[in-house]
Every structure is written in C-alpha cells, then in structure tokens.
Design a protein around this ligand. Structure first.
Ligand SMILES: *[C@@H]1O[C@H](CO)[C@@H](O)[C@H](O)[C@H]1NC(C)=O
Ligand SMILES: *[C@@H]1O[C@H](CO)[C@@H](O)[C@H](O)[C@H]1NC(C)=O
Ligand SMILES: *[C@@H]1O[C@H](CO)[C@@H](O)[C@H](O)[C@H]1NC(C)=O
Ligand SMILES: *[C@@H]1O[C@H](CO)[C@@H](O)[C@H](O)[C@H]1NC(C)=O
Ligand SMILES: *[C@@H]1O[C@H](CO)[C@@H](O)[C@H](O)[C@H]1NC(C)=O
Ligand SMILES: *[C@@H]1O[C@H](CO)[C@@H](O)[C@H](O)[C@H]1NC(C)=O
Ligand SMILES: *[C@@H]1O[C@H](CO)[C@@H](O)[C@H](O)[C@H]1NC(C)=O
Ligand SMILES: *[C@@H]1O[C@H](CO)[C@@H](O)[C@H](O)[C@H]1NC(C)=O
Ligand SMILES: *[C@@H]1O[C@H](CO)[C@@H](O)[C@H](O)[C@H]1NC(C)=O
Ligand SMILES: *[C@@H]1O[C@H](CO)[C@@H](O)[C@H](O)[C@H]1NC(C)=O
Length: 554
C-alpha cells in the first residue's frame, strides 16, 4: 500500500496556541493568526445565500425562501409571482433565487414558484441542478435548473417527491439517480427520478433511532457514497453503512466519543477526506466531522442560555475492519461551520458561531476566523487559524469552492424575516470570497497552468488522461505533483452534499516537455462508485499550490 501522504506538508506551518480567555469577546477572532485573504464581491446580491450550487457554466445558483416577504431584488421584466399559499405576500414581484456569474461577477434574478426553504439538491450527470422539497407548497416539489440555455430558469415538478421533505440530504448515486434521505419527521428515503411510475418511500429506522425527541439533532444527515457503493450515513452522534438497494444496514459504527450531537440544529460539519486512487483502487476511506453543540444546547438556547460550541473533530477510517474514532481538538470551537475541501487536499472550516445553536435567534459569538486542517500533517500540527472576515456568518450561511480556487461565502440570516436593523446579526445579503494563501501573489511563480486538456473535456472511466501544464520554473523533474478532481457540491445548513475529492493515479509519469511545460499522465477514476458520473473540476497541484481548475465530465 502506498503512503497516504499524497500531499506534501507545507514547507513551514504555523502552530498556534490560544488561551481560552481570548474567546470571551463578542466575536472570536484570533490575533496574530495568518493565512488567506478576504474580499467583498457584493454588498448585496438581493437575497441571503442560504443554499448554493456551482454549475459547470461557472455560474452559482443561490436561493433562500419565498416566504420572507419582499427580497431586495426585483424579478425581471416586471414579472410577479402570484401564490395563494404564501404566508406573507400573495403577490410578490421580487426574486428569491439568483444566478451569480463568477466570471462577470454579476447577478441575475430567477423565478422560483414554490417554497424552497431548507431544501436539498445536487447536480445530475448532465450538469443540471435537481433540487428537492422545502416547506409549505414546496415540500413535495422537485425543481430542475437546466443550464443548457443561456438564460435558463427553474422548472418545477409538482408532487415530484413521494413524501414531503424538509431538511433532507441528497446524494448522487453511481447509476445517475439522486437519493433523498430523511427530513423533519421523515424516517425514510426515496429516489429521483423515481424508478417505479408510482414511486415509493423506503423506511430507514436509523433516522427514527437517532431522532432526539426534544431537539431532533439528526436533520440534514451527513451522507457520503463509500467506494464499495454503500452509503455512509451519520445522524446525531453515530453512523451506519447502508445498502440502499437492499434496504439493509451493512455495518454500525461506534458512537462518536462524548456522544454529543453533530447534526441540525446542533450542526458541526463533515467531509469525506480525499480519496487516493492507486492502481484502480481506493484503499483508505476516511470521514472527518468537526464542531457541533453539546447535548441540550438547543433547548438551553431557546431558554436564553447559549452553551459553548464543541471544539472537537472526530476522524474515522470507514474502510478499516474495526473502525475507531480518533478525536482531535480545534483551536476554536464552532457550531454551524462549513467544511470545504480545498484542491490541495486541505480542509477549510469556515463560518458559524462559538455559542448557541442553529435556529432563529439561537446563535451567539460569530467565529470570524476560518481554520485550515491539513489531514496528512503530523497530529498536533494540522490546524492553522486563518485571517478573519469582518462579517458574521451565522445561521443560514454558506461556502463553496470555485474553479479558481477561491471560496465563495454568503448568507447569514438568523431571523424569521429580513431584519437589517435593531438586531445583533442583521440579515446578510452580501457575498465575499476567501482566498486561501495558495492564491497569494508570491505563489504565482509555482502555480501550474493547465494547457491540456481543454475545459469541458469528456473523460472515460479507467482511461488515461494526458495532462500538460506550465510552471514558470525549469527543472528536469517536478516533485510533489498531483492531479485531482473535485465534485461541485450543494451547500446549505453546514453541509455540502456530494462533496468529493479524488486524487488520480499518475503512476509517477511527470515529464519535462520543454519551455516550462510539463506532462503527466493520469488514469481516470475506475467506476461510478468512486466517481459518480457527472461534472468535476480538475486541478494540477504543485507543492500545495493548485492551478485554476478545468471542467471535465465523466
Ligand atoms: C433592503 O431593502 C430594504 C427596503 O427597501 C432596505 O431598508 C434595506 O436597507 C435593504 N438592505 C440592503 C442590505 O440592501
Ligand atoms: C436538460 O435539458 C436537456 C436538453 O433539453 C435534456 O436532455 C435533459 O434531460 C434535461 N435534464 C434534466 C435533468 O431534466
Ligand atoms: C427550557 O425549555 C424547556 C423545553 O422548551 C421547558 O420545558 C423548560 O421549562 C425550560 N426551562 C426554563 C428554565 O426555562
Ligand atoms: C459561550 O460559551 C462559553 C463557554 O461555555 C461561556 O463561558 C460564555 O459565557 C458563553 N457566552 C455567551 C454569550 O453565552
Ligand atoms: C424582523 O422584522 C419583522 C418585520 O419585518 C418584525 O416583525 C420582527 O419583529 C423583526 N424581528 C426582529 C428579531 O427584530
Ligand atoms: C508568501 O508570503 C508569505 C508571507 O507574506 C509567506 O508566509 C509564504 O511562505 C510565502 N509563500 C511562498 C510560496 O513563498
Ligand atoms: C505504470 O508505469 C509502469 C512503468 O513505470 C508501466 O509498466 C505500467 O503499465 C504503468 N501503469 C499504468 C496503469 O499506466
Ligand atoms: C512512485 O514513486 C514513489 C517514490 O519514488 C514510490 O513510492 C511509489 O511506489 C511509486 N508509485 C508507482 C505507482 O510506481
Ligand atoms: C514558450 O511558452 C510561452 C508561454 O508559456 C510562449 O509564449 C512562447 O512562445 C513559448 N516559446 C517557444 C519557443 O515555444
Ligand atoms: C503520456 O502518454 C502518451 C501516450 O501514451 C505518451 O506519448 C506520453 O509520453 C506520456 N506522457 C508522460 C508524461 O508520461
């Protein structure tokens, strides 16, 4: 078995120590911390970014709720939405969904007809966004945003779901369908598109077993497709490996040490760590879960006591015959954070608060500093605190990776309505980007630039991909090159559905071609179990610095 150190440790990393007393200020910021920079892209995009999905057109579909009343952006061409079911405005001429064009930094309002609040989604193999469920008149609706046209808009499928789903999690499957799991008081799962004409919801008792009767704590379960084709499903404080095709629990994982809840309304966040493919196989599959709130925190917050968030992460090798949680301590505690896989294999933990829980008015003390976790550094040198934002991103905030390596950050609305004044954490309509330090100007001399293949190239399972790139240095052999693929994920409520990073096998083929140009031949992922069919961003990473990505479709 090859060493798991596919990525290199940074030449120097900061090990930071914080006295707990530094957290007692109203916002937890860490002074003297280093790394990364922030830029404000828009003071207002007109809505609060509660859900985000990057499309292979480099546009981001963003939406919040239809029942806030008027948003701060009008529908185009004097259009209005007439909805007798809307609880606030029966006729609404404002938009509750927008399309953000990353290249142009521009916003286009979209028309969504039914309530998409606290819903779920993911990209289909053809690159269209399928989004499911929501609230009120939207609870059984499936909506498709097909990006095959330039000015596309939402198309809604009434009764698209068998049962109503609010706070569910979706995942794309190897056969190209999406599975939709759970939701408030829904201890079942179903598929889109439906296989049977009538459709069926299959029961999943695990969701009932992990449902805390007072606080729930198992909504938006963390779901990952394991490389054996089964689903890893984590809810509240424990997980199963689940064979959805047979409706069978294949394996039960131990409870996370401490037993504290990690899902909504006490959400930490979770990632599947990078999957390294060697000779057609992934030997090690690991899940990392960080943050959350202690048991009882939700009830306490409702009663006006804002418990300190969890500062622990649990990491588990789900590929081991006897998997065990290994606990680590973050330099900052956090609830409602988002975990984003960076192209160099690091994990960014961003957004959220250090007290209270998710839910209206229930969070306190924003955590303004992201932290980076380097999974393959030695224990005790994995975390690095990053430079802070100035904008609290509390309940209903989001973060996703863009093709240029930046992280798009938006949202935060802990109120029932849009409230801009007389509240501690005003509704945020702004959008920022966080640039990890690999985008610092002084990294540009070692930043690879992909010249081949061109973007939107089709690749095939198990077949070679010939990659060429330039680096502004001339050596015979480049060490520490990796070629990786990342799936664009659907982010909401502290979880990124379908987030997946694959390190492709390059069989040590890096070669100098001439004129600062290098070649590397990699093998595409072997199967849909390892990489479900669809669009991915492909990056070349040299010494921890990623190129700009290109889109590939498998
Ligand atoms: C949104 O619109 C309201 C009403 O016009 C206005 O008071 C508020 O300042 C606007 N907020 C932002 C962030 O643009
Ligand atoms: C998107 O549009 C294309 C072209 O019209 C169509 O073939 C495809 O099925 C659509 N995708 C979905 C998920 O509806
Ligand atoms: C806290 O909340 C629970 C459930 O909402 C309630 O039963 C209890 O009375 C509350 N306790 C206090 C001290 O307010
Ligand atoms: C946040 O949690 C810490 C640790 O439990 C506690 O000391 C502090 O008083 C809390 N802050 C608020 C505003 O409740
Ligand atoms: C938010 O605004 C609504 C009216 O738009 C108001 O009824 C509500 O009290 C405000 N909420 C807070 C927390 O101030
Ligand atoms: C870039 O500069 C920062 C300090 O500003 C330093 O920490 C970092 O190591 C430098 N990176 C490279 C690749 O030289
Ligand atoms: C890997 O490289 C070796 C030679 O170094 C070659 O024999 C082998 O076929 C290559 N494997 C793949 C999958 O390209
Ligand atoms: C590539 O090279 C490294 C270091 O020289 C070696 O450990 C590894 O086994 C090689 N991998 C393959 C697939 O040949
Ligand atoms: C070398 O590559 C650069 C771009 O990286 C290009 O502008 C230049 O024309 C190339 N020179 C030769 C001799 O191919
Ligand atoms: C990649 O494969 C192609 C075709 O098999 C071959 O011509 C080329 O030399 C290989 N490049 C590298 C960097 O190994």
């Amino acid at each position: 078995m090859a060493s798991p150190h596919f990525l290199i440790m940074s030449s120097s990393f900061l090990y930071l120590f914080f006295a707990t007393s530094s957290f007692s200020t109203s916002a937890a910021t860490a002074s003297g911390s280093g790394g990364g920079s922030w830029s404000l892209l828009h003071k207002t995009i007109g809505i609060s970014a509660m859900h985000m999905q990057l499309l292979p057109t480099d546009r981001v579909i963003i939406f919040d709720r239809t029942d806030f009343g008027a948003s701060n952006i009008s529908l185009p061409d004097g259009k209005c939405r007439v909805d007798p079911h809307d609880t606030v405005l029966k006729e609404d001429c404002t938009a509750h969904s927008v399309e953000y064009d990353v290249t142009l930094n521009s916003i286009r309002p979209l028309m969504v007809l039914t309530d998409i609040w606290c819903s779920s989604g993911g990209l289909m193999p053809d690159g269209s966004l399928v989004q499911t469920g929501g609230y009120n008149d939207g609870e059984r609706v499936v909506r498709v945003f097909n990006n095959s046209c330039d000015k596309c808009d939402w198309r809604e499928i009434e009764d698209g779901l068998v049962v109503k789903r609010w706070y569910a999690t979706n995942h794309i499957l190897p056969d190209g369908r999406q599975i939709v799991i759970g939701g408030r008081a829904r201890f079942s799962y179903e598929f889109f598109p439906k296989t049977l004409a009538s459709g069926k919801a299959y029961s999943l008792p695990f969701l009932a077993q992990t449902n805390d009767l007072i606080s729930e704590n198992n909504l938006y379960p963390f779901v990952f497709l394991n490389t054996d084709g089964n689903l890893f499903i984590f809810a509240n404080n424990r997980a199963i490996l689940f064979d959805y095709s047979q409706n069978q629990v294949v394996r039960t994982f131990p409870e996370i040490p401490g037993g504290e809840p990690r899902n909504y309304p006490s959400p930490g966040s979770a990632v599947l760590l990078p999957l390294r493919i060697v000779q057609g196989k992934v030997v090690v599959v690991e899940v990392l879960i960080c943050g959350g709130a202690p048991k009882g925190a939700y009830v306490n917050a409702r009663n006006g006591t804002f418990d300190g968030a969890l500062n622990s992460c649990g990491r588990i090798k789900i590929s081991d015959p006897e998997p065990k949680w290994v606990m680590e301590t973050m330099p900052l505690s956090r609830v409602m954070g988002d975990m984003v896989l960076l192209p160099n294999g690091d994990v960014l933990i961003i957004n959220g608060a250090s007290n209270g829980t998710a839910g209206w008015e229930l969070g306190r003390n924003p955590v303004l500093n992201p932290i980076i976790y380097r999974p393959y550094n030695p224990v005790n040198s994995r975390f690095e605190v990053q430079n802070p934002s100035t904008i609290p991103r509390m309940y209903h905030s989001t973060a996703i990776l863009l093709r240029d390596g930046r992280i798009l950050v938006g949202g935060s609305n802990p109120h029932k309505f849009y409230n801009f004044t007389n509240v501690a954490f005003p509704t945020e309509l702004s959008m920022e980007a966080f640039s990890p330090s690999y985008l610092d100007p002084n990294s540009s001399k070692i930043r690879p630039k992909i010249i081949f293949p061109v973007t939107q190239t089709k690749i095939q399972y198990g077949k070679p991909i010939v990659v060429q790139f330039t680096v502004q240095i001339q050596v015979n052999r480049l060490n520490r090159i990796s070629v990786i693929m990342v799936a664009p994920s659907f982010n909401t409520h502290s979880f990124s559905m379908n987030q997946r990073l694959l390190v492709l096998d390059n069989n040590n083929t890096t070669k100098f071609v001439g004129n600062m140009t290098y070649g590397v031949n990699v093998t595409a992922p072997p199967s849909g179990r390892i990489a479900p069919s669809g669009y991915y961003m492909l990056f070349v990473v040299y010494q921890d610095v990623p190129s700009e990505g290109i889109w590939v479709v498998i």
